[in-house]
Design a protein. Structure first.
Length: 283
């Protein structure tokens, strides 16, 4: 908030009901009072005047923030972000333009809450463009019912908001997702069916990861040692047949290369593999 100004604005972090009751007790300002306070702040940098302007509009922030509770974020946090937007509005408000502060502040309050929602809502991945952000914040109100959108409704929403139909489908899916707890309930039997039970990866235990890494290193080291023990022809055959990522050589390919029969290549290969197996560490 340091880039706005420091004001002792009530905090919504404690009891939300008490906060709402408190801000509703701050008196509304008449147009003349608002203009006089705004001019005093602009011309004299009177923080006390700015304070009164902010306090008289806190109830507006509470009302606007309530409209964003469907995104799974605490109402108190939304209010706090909206209050920052309100203070920015007071800082930039020009009383001589003939517009009331409440009309001017709505834009700043919503903009701050929008940014907060997009920063903190864990499922938002698609709202990266202006049109997609518009989709994100308008899709709920544009849906005619609680069910899924029909193809015709998807097309209509996409047309109105200037986004792709697949963006509408993806956003509807994201907004329709519900948070679930990873842990089970208090009943021990529920623990077997909680997501944590089937999402746990036993192979990701630190000790097992370390053991697997050590085994891999041993195998790689053992492979080099085993290959080094072979004669040049045997090593060439093994590498061409077994160690290529793609296009492994056939017995006939190597037979032509060494001028022997394919059966002879197979015998050399088998003998080399037996020798290597004896030198490789067991898994």
């Amino acid at each position: 908030m340091s880039n706005v100004f420091t004001l002792p604005v009530p905090s919504a972090v404690g009891s939300l009901d008490s906060y709402v009751q408190a801000v509703n007790r701050f008196p509304l300002l008449s147009a003349d009072q608002e203009t006089r306070l705004a001019r005093r702040f602009r011309e004299e940098q009177d923080i006390g005047s700015a304070h009164q302007l902010v306090l008289s509009h806190l109830r507006v922030v509470v009302s606007i923030a309530r409209g964003y509770m469907g995104y799974g974020l605490p109402h108190a946090d939304l209010i706090q972000e909206g209050n920052i937007g309100l203070m920015k509005a007071v800082k930039h408000f020009d009383p001589d333009r003939g517009v009331r502060l409440v009309s001017f502040a709505i834009h700043w309050i919503k903009a701050e809450i929008h940014e907060f929602v997009l920063r903190n809502w864990r499922l938002v991945k698609v709202a990266t463009t202006k049109a997609q952000r518009k989709l994100f914040f308008n899709l709920r109100s544009m849906k005619p019912g609680l069910g899924s959108l029909t193809p015709a409704e998807i097309k209509s929403v996409a047309c109105q908001l200037g986004v792709k139909q697949e963006d509408v489908v993806e956003m509807e899916t994201r907004l329709g997702g519900q948070d679930i707890t990873l842990e089970g309930g208090s009943d021990d039997e529920d623990d077997h069916f909680a997501p944590i039970a089937y999402l746990r990866d036993a192979g990701a235990e630190p000790s097992q990861v370390l053991e697997a890494d050590q085994n891999e290193r041993l195998r790689a080291s053992g492979l080099e040692t085993a290959l080094a023990s072979l004669d040049a022809r045997s090593r060439r055959i093994i590498e061409a047949r077994w160690l290529r990522e793609k296009d492994a050589a056939t017995l006939h390919d190597l037979a032509r290369e060494f001028g022997v029969s394919a059966e002879r290549i197979r015998q050399i290969e088998a003998k080399a593999l037996v020798k290597m197996k004896g030198m490789m560490p067991s898994a």
